[in-house]
Write a protein that binds this ligand. Structure first.
Ligand code: TXA
Ligand code: MG
Length: 322
């Protein structure tokens, strides 16, 4: 009975059996959805262009948008990219954890050019999830993994989110429960000179600045950008009205710290006004509001400090005209 269930379902709870199965599938060029502390990733063997091509096809991701290569540790990362003093300091301080470092790619890196979208840089991350780390260690190859959602849509923070969107197209979903952080990794480019934050995320800017003992520049100050940072992204079906101080008839509410009342549906990201809790709940709340079929969501103002920077970044993109 148990065996039959496993064959008929492409979903397994995180743990040793899932590690075994995920490694087998990745080795033979398949797609495995991996739990991470930020969001779920759609993983494939980063050294195989055929496997990587399946990611782009399933997500309908534009081929100019490069993928993050996930590795189990710093040693594996330094085989793929060239780490300067800043990159090494960051890696030692924040890995495993919600931070991705962009560095020059090593000429002998085995990561497929398709995964890098032809760039001469590579984005590297060591995720903080025991099952996924075990998979990366056992596989012994980097895993290319974007967030496991259709391109431009909301990121998944549960296995159910993934199943509803891309489920039918993947070989295995490893269910590791709800993602602890809930927003994607902070992306920081170390390409000579002071590092540049390309995407705010789960590691806060002030934590990075303390460790590096310097102020960090934004991509607006420079030519370097993350090709995937389009204005409209994380797009729910409903439209968002940001920094709302009132609720209009027919609107649903995405609240923070109990600022708004009423609404045809009402979700408070954190009644206590805790930004960490709000980040962890953000995508699930947007998925949930979308499921109610409302057309407009009034979103309460959310502080921009700490994790609020990443939360506001995602909300602005989710609200952008498309
Ligand atoms: O938390 C995360 O980072 C999740 C989990 C699964 O690890 N992954 C994720 O991947 O958010 P994705 O593909 O949804 O976002 C990766 C971003 C994209 O905006 C992409 O353009 C950027 O990283 N990126 C990848 N390689 C890059 C590079 N070499 N230079 C600049 N940006 C890069
Ligand atoms: Mg994404």
């Amino acid at each position: 009975m148990a065996v039959e269930q496993q064959v008929s379902s492409n979903r397994m709870k995180a743990g040793p059996e899932a590690v075994e199965r995920a490694v087998e599938i990745l080795r033979s060029g398949g797609l495995v959805v991996l739990p991470t502390e930020t969001v779920y990733g759609l993983g494939a063997d980063a050294t195989s262009s055929e496997a990587v091509a399946k990611i782009f096809a399933l997500k309908k991701r534009p081929s100019f948008n490069p993928l993050i290569a996930h590795v189990p540790d710093i040693v594996a990362a330094t085989r793929l990219g060239v780490f300067d003093h800043y990159a090494l300091t960051l890696a030692r301080s924040f890995w495993p954890g919600p931070m991705t470092i962009v560095v020059p790619v090593r000429p002998d890196s085995p990561v497929s050019e398709l995964a890098r979208a032809g760039q001469d840089t590579i984005a590297l991350r060591v995720p903080a999830n025991a099952t996924t780390l075990a998979i990366l260690e056992r596989l012994g190859r980097p895993v290319a993994a974007p967030s496991a959602n259709s391109s431009g849509r909301l990121s998944p923070t549960t296995a159910d989110h993934v199943a509803a969107d891309l489920g039918a197209g993947v070989d295995l979903i490893v269910d590791g429960g709800a993602s602890r952080i809930g927003v994607e990794s902070t992306i920081i480019a170390c390409l000579g000179g002071t590092p540049i934050v390309l995407r705010p995320g789960g590691t806060q800017r002030d934590e990075l600045e303390v460790i590096l003992d310097t102020e960090l520049a934004d991509p607006a100050d420079d030519k370097v950008i993350a090709p995937g940072m389009m204005a409209s992204h994380y797009a729910p079906r409903a439209r968002l009205r940001l920094n709302a101080t009132d609720v209009k008839p027919g609107e649903a509410v995405l609240d923070f710290g109990g600022q708004l009342s009423g609404g045809v549906a009402h979700i408070d990201l954190s009644p206590d006004g805790d930004l960490q809790e709000a980040a962890a709940n953000l995508f699930a709340a947007l998925h949930q509001l979308d499921a109610t079929n409302v057309d407009m969501v009034a979103v309460a103002p959310i502080p921009t400090s700490g994790l609020g920077e990443a939360i506001n970044d995602r909300l602005v993109r989710a609200a952008a005209p498309r």
